[in-house]
Design a protein around this ligand. Structure first.
Ligand code: GDP
Length: 362
């Protein structure tokens, strides 16, 4: 699964700067609203020390890490859902995302204009979320209209889709996020198809400014108190961008001065994996070693299906070793010799660090 992260937030909060820090994508960062008119993208290989070690042990011809795509989404201002600013143009890109990173401005800088009066991360997120709720409401209402036409031909007991959509509408109009808990399989499928913006998992990025790279300022503290630490990550976008541009040899020293142990691009990816409950496993076939991110709890056939649909349909079994065993015994033969190479069937749940070969018929 290549993860898509949508970077959202009001103008001039540091979205393009963050994209540059996370992906070194060269997005233009400039000091006026709507600078990022095109949807900037950056594709990043997920840093993975286990993959590096497996490459040394298995000596493949090709090593393919898993990837994250960052999309810098411009045009989100108060009234965007009614077409203000860049209006609805941004919404399409937001719907593509698996997770939204809401960037909130927690830095003071009189040289950088602010769309509202002061630094107020909690208030800024309310504006952003209100726009997303309004956009979702409009979408559900459109679906309801279409469903009503279909429902005319149906009997009362057969109108469950319409009833479900009405329930979703009711929740959204009250500003409540709609999740999959308590839904049956059919409803869950419908909800997925709806691709509601407000149902997406959210990471709140507090752009703390260069004076407080670890979030030691009033705005960051207020935001962490309000949103809770699980969903928030403190990043000084400007410093991290500078850090990402330094030659590797100079980075350590700069990080020591900033008082951070890891670059934002690593911390951010870790946060995404935690929040989405993702694990990473590996396939090693025909001298090609590849890392994959999948949701925890994914069974082997479904994981194979993410590589190719036919592999899920024709799944027979999986040969599985653990990264720890390979790291300890340094060769596939030695792992097998010790009886640690397992054959697993349809019900096997892929574990973090598994090294897998799928057997399937076409
Ligand atoms: P966007 O509109 O949200 O994409 O914001 P940009 O990334 O284009 O940034 C807008 C302005 O804020 C630019 O001049 C950036 O250099 C500046 N900026 C971004 N992050 C920081 C920061 O951490 N500190 C300061 N002082 N300025 C920043």
């Amino acid at each position: 699964m290549a993860l898509n992260v949508g970077i959202t937030g009001l103008p001039n909060v540091g979205k393009s700067t963050l994209l540059n820090a996370l992906a070194q994508a060269g997005a233009e960062a400039s000091n006026y609203p709507f600078c990022t008119i095109d949807c900037n993208r950056g594709v990043v290989a997920v840093p993975d020390t286990r993959l590096e070690e497996l490459a040394v042990i298995l000596k493949p011809d090709e090593v393919i890490p898993s990837h994250i795509t960052y999309i810098d989404i411009a045009g989100l201002v108060e009234g965007a859902s009614r077409g203000e600013g860049l209006g609805n143009r941004f919404l399409h890109h937001v719907r593509e995302a698996d997770v939204l990173a809401h960037v909130l401005r927690c830095f003071e800088d009189t040289n950088v204009s602010h769309v509202h009066t002061g630094i107020d991360p909690v208030g800024d997120l309310e504006i952003v979320e209100t726009e997303l709720f309004l956009a979702d409401l409009e979408r559900v209402e459109k679906w309801i209209e279409k469903e009503k036409i279909k429902a005319k031909a149906l009997r009362k007991g057969e109108r469950s889709d319409l009833e479900f959509l009405e329930t979703v509408k009711g929740k959204i109009s009250q500003g409540a996020k709609v999740g999959h808990e308590g839904l049956n399989e059919h409803e869950s499928g419908l909800l997925k198809e709806l691709r509601l913006l407000t149902s997406k998992p959210v990471i709140i990025v507090l752009n703390s400014g260069e004076e407080a790279p670890r979030g030691d300022n009033g705005a960051c503290k207020a935001a962490v108190d309000h949103f809770g630490g699980n969903f928030t990550i403190v990043i000084s976008a400007r410093l991290e961008k500078e850090l990402a541009e330094l030659p590797p040899g100079e980075r350590k020293e700069f990080m020591r001065e900033m008082g951070v142990d890891a670059q934002a691009k690593e911390r951010f990816i870790e946060k995404c994996h935690d929040l989405l409950g993702l694990i990473r496993y590996y396939t090693a076939v025909n001298l090609k070693l590849q890392a994959w991110s999948v949701a925890g709890g994914t069974k082997a056939p479904a994981a194979a299906g993410m590589i190719h649909g036919d592999m899920e349909k024709g799944f027979i079994r999986a040969r599985v070793m653990s990264f720890e065993d390979l790291s300890k015994y340094r060769s596939e033969n030695e792992v097998q010799h010790r009886g640690l190479l397992r054959t697993e069937g349809h019900d096997y749940v892929i574990r973090d660090g598994d090294v897998v070969q799928y057997l399937f018929k076409l």
